[in-house]
Design a protein around this ligand. Sequence first.
Ligand code: UDP
Ligand code: MG
Length: 317
Amino acid sequence: MNKQYLLDVVIPCYCEEETIPHTVPELINFLNTCIKSSEFGMQSFRLILVDDGSKDRTWSIIKDFTEKLPVKGIKLSRNYGHQSAMLAGLTIADADVVLTIDADLQDDISTIGEMLKAYQEGVDLALGVRSSRGNDSVIKKSTAIGYYKLMRAMGVNIIEDHADFRLMSRRSLDVLLAHQEVNLFLRGVIPSIGFPTKIIHYERQDREFGETKYTLRKMLGLAINGITSFSVVPLRFVAFTGAAFSFAAFVGVFWVIIVRVFFYGDVVPGWASIALPILFLGGVQLFSLGIVGEYIGKIYLEVKKRPRFVIEATTND
Ligand code: UDP
Ligand code: MG
């Protein structure tokens, strides 16, 4: 017996005026064929397009869609970034099943069929994992590989090459939304929810229209947020380094005493032996302070409990 359900599809859009006129009809056609085929059990669907403070015509295009298509529009008051835009859409979504996908359809939409089937089989989380990275630049590929390795070394439960193309059941979404932290790192929190999960591989396409909206700065921000939201390993590293240097200093003191007392060795009165350790230790201390500061910054933001986003306008259903 097929489960009957409603589907919400959350699509963050930042300056996507070139993309969404193609994406929305294509997705709607695909989802309509899913409704017709009884094997998916989907009764109806709605696209939730979140305008993440675009500077182009994205919002007016979204508003036009809402007049004749099953589309709901949400406009954030400024550019909050991909993750916050997605979270805004997830908060609004009230269907039984919620899917998140990027506006450029680099993620193969035929995979959605497999995700819906997985849901039918009782899976709460169907996570899309790229089996190839299309024409992503060598820098993007190698930084991604290094990043996933680093995350795992720091004990963060993150699924390699899974971005934000995923299906969530109502109850897993409710768990996600119960997280109150401002710096919510979705890619880390979602795999840790623990409900039945299925990984679905797909080939990632190249972006057909427009350009990537993920600048190096935004990627770096996401990477740092991922590590500091989930891992205290950098803090332990600071503590460990501090302890190691203190120990080395003790050994050094004993060494000097032994040389002086037992071997009558001449200690050359050189500036290098004084200046270089000061410089080196100063550097280590500054670096350590920087890492500690990163966490303190986080605590600072968390205790303020700021809203994670502000919705400026929504369209009627
Ligand atoms: N995006 C967003 N806010 C931003 C940057 C990106 O909502 O500040 C959206 C963008 O419109 C797209 C998705 O996030 O739907 C992924 O961005 P993009 O395709 O540019 O990233 P890439 O695939 O190059 O990593
Ligand atoms: Mg993309």
